[in-house]
Ligand binder design. Structure first.
Ligand SMILES: Cc1ncc(C[n+]2csc(CCOP(=O)(O)OP(=O)(O)O)c2C)c(N)n1
Length: 348
């Protein structure tokens, strides 16, 4: 690919400087009360939305694949706090939460799940293939790891157009073993592309644990041979996620190139709706729920510090539930796409 002078995309010939590779731990952000309440509400909206999607799938209202994000809410909510207008988000098939975090209305996401005409992809994409250029959300990808070169390409576009935006490219611990990830890392560092690679390490790729599939299990170090720094983050604590994301976003905005954040997180539900979950014990899941739940952590902080009352938090829950119920109602009554839509938005 040709070098470009405006955004100055050139391979560096200088000797590798590895001094930046030991990144200091970003610690915890201290939220104001308003911020604490905002992250609580955002995470709760994702959880209630996903619970409802699970119920609707069980009722046969959603077809095809459906991968829920329950347990991982702190990751996308914390990372999005460092985003500025125009920054892009791209992820795999476990994507409903990322869309909600990008500000896409719950109605449009739910109607996409039910395949209706007012879904964000006009009901033609379903759970795994949703997009919204307006919200700078670039999918929704079913091929494991495919979003990584695409997200790197979005960062290339930012560099090429000389804008201040960055690309948040999310992928799982399973995807981290795909070859195209490392081709992307090489180019991203070579051209100093503004991309935050967010590895959502939820410990399992379908039924395979990280230990069974990965020769080197510290994913924050997967960029070392490309000179890309990384940090391992408590992905269940939204304060830690926010602090790390702010540091990483600043790194990219300062023109220092790509960076990796490995979010240590956990999914409570099965991989998809048809997962018998025989690869882990119920105790393991229960332990994470009781000791590390991202929403409970904020709830307890608010209650223990007497900054919010049970009643106030119940009101937030009621408001969020109403929003999700309204989305579900809309998504069951909205008409299906016109058959003529079969011939639009396709490569001819
Ligand atoms: C190229 C490719 N290989 C295999 C699959 C089947 N597959 C779907 S999801 C998945 C596991 C991926 O796990 P991970 O990247 O950790 O993401 P998570 O589901 O945990 O969010 C696999 C192997 C696929 N969709 N694409």
């Amino acid at each position: 690919m040709a070098a470009k002078s405006g955004g100055q995309i050139n391979g560096s010939t200088a000797a590798a400087d590895v001094s930046h590779l030991s990144l200091s731990n970003a610690g915890l952000v201290q939220f104001t009360l308003d911020q604490e309440l905002a992250v609580y509400r955002e995470m709760l909206l994702i959880r209630r939305f996903e619970e409802k999607a699970g119920q609707m799938y069980g009722m046969g209202l959603i077809g095809g694949f459906c991968h829920l994000y329950i347990g991982q809410e702190a990751v996308v909510v914390g990372v999005m706090r460092s985003a500025k207008p125009g920054d892009q988000t791209i992820t795999g098939y476990r994507d409903h939460a990322h869309m909600l975090a990008c500000g896409i209305p719950p109605k449009a996401v739910m109607a996409e799940l039910t395949g209706r005409r007012d879904g964000i992809s006009k009901g033609k994409g379903g759970s795994m293939h949703m997009f919204s250029k307006e919200h700078h959300f670039y999918g929704g990808h079913g091929i494991v790891g495919a979003q990584v070169p695409l997200g790197t390409g979005l960062a290339f576009a930012n560099r090429y157009n000389d804008n201040a935006n960055i690309s948040f490219t999310y992928f799982g611990d399973g995807a981290a073993n795909q070859g195209q990830v490392y081709e992307s890392f090489n180019m991203a560092e070579l051209w100093k592309l503004p991309v935050v690679y967010v590895i959502e390490n939820n410990r399992y790729a379908m039924g395979t644990s990280v230990k069974r599939a990965s020769a080197m299990t510290d994913f924050s170090k997967r960029g070392l041979s490309f000179n890309i720094p990384g940090e391992q983050v408590d992905g269940m604590d939204v304060r830690a996620v926010t602090a790390a994301a702010e540091q990483a976003a600043q790194w990219c905005r300062d023109g220092k190139g790509p960076i990796i954040l490995e979010m240590m997180t956990y999914r409570y539900r099965g991989h998809s709706m048809s997962d018998p979950a025989k690869y882990r014990s119920k105790d393991e899941v229960q332990k994470m729920r009781t000791e590390s739940d991202p929403i409970e952590q904020v709830r307890e902080r608010l209650l223990n510090s007497h900054q919010a009352s049970e009643v106030a938090l119940k009101e937030i829950d009621a408001e969020v539930r109403a929003l999700v119920n309204e989305a579900a109602d809309f998504a069951t009554h909205d008409p299906e796409p016109d058959p003529a839509e079969l011939y639009t938005d396709i490569w001819k």
